[in-house]
Design a binder for this molecule. Structure first.
Ligand SMILES: Cc1cc2nc3c(=O)[nH]c(=O)nc-3n(C[C@H](O)[C@H](O)[C@H](O)COP(=O)(O)O)c2cc1C
Length: 221
């Protein structure tokens, strides 16, 4: 697949087929992704690939705590304070994912159901947890994690797999550590849901939006 095609076609997949991803394919994705750049080639990341019973336990825990409205205690702050322009984009995305499924704003039961699907990682058969070191330059490690996360998603897309990066999979690190045997010296940053996309669902098909180029690019001559 052409690189530019992969960049334009990749999208967050929120409905997966009930089909496992073979371990060798996940290995191939990570083999390519590890060539991502990082500060001073420090490669501050490691990854925990959850499938099967471990993933089932994780989903159950994340859903249970969400339903119990347990306070988020993520290793990376998840500030809900956004500048206005970003708040609008965030809200627009929320509206899009609901309207794509024919869910009306006032239909709380359907909204809740969708939210529960999200905190169950859209039932993906695989979840890759991206971690960084606790005692290091956090900001640049975060940049590095972002670079490799996008690479993982692009390589997966090249293999006709779907991904969704999920902050929603990093909310309760103490429990995640217990389930996935992640040492205390790692910060859990992000989950990446991975599986075969079910393209028949509108949630995987709605038109996405981006800010216009002249809103984000400032020419200085
Ligand atoms: C750091 C990060 C965290 C994200 N967390 C979530 C999440 O918890 N739930 C979700 O549905 N999408 C999540 N996303 C996906 C974004 O909503 C998505 O990338 C954005 O709307 C752009 O859409 P696209 O990926 O389809 O191009 C996350 C993306 C990033 C980069």
């Amino acid at each position: 697949m052409e690189l530019v095609t992969a960049i334009r076609e990749r999208r967050s997949v929120r409905k997966f087929k009930a089909q496992d991803v073979p371990k060798n394919i996940i290995t191939e994705i990570m083999e390519e992704a590890r060539w991502s750049p990082s500060w001073g080639n420090t490669q501050p990341w490691d990854f925990y690939v959850l499938t099967g019973d471990a993933l089932a336990k994780f989903k159950e825990m994340n859903l249970r705590k969400t339903l119990a409205a347990e306070a988020i205690s993520s290793d990376v702050p998840m500030l809900e304070k956004w500048p206005d322009a970003m708040k609008i984009r965030y809200a627009d995305l929320g509206k899009l994912v609901l309207s794509a499924q024919g869910i009306k704003r006032e239909d709380k039961a359907s909204r809740d159901k969708y939210y529960q699907e999200m905190v169950s990682f859209f039932d993906a058969p695989c979840l890759i947890l991206a971690c960084i070191s606790r005692d290091n330059l956090v900001e640049y490690q975060m940049l590095d994690i972002g670079l490799i996360a996008q690479t993982i998603c692009l390589v997966a897309h090249d293999k006709r797999l779907g991904t969704c990066m999920l902050a929603a999979a990093a909310r309760y690190p103490a429990e995640i550590r217990r389930i996935a045997a992640i040492p205390d010296d790692r910060k859990i940053v992000l989950g990446i849901a991975l599986g075969y996309p079910d393209s028949s669902f509108p949630i995987n098909n709605f038109a996405r939006d981006r800010a216009k180029l002249d809103e984000i690019v400032h020419w200085v001559e």
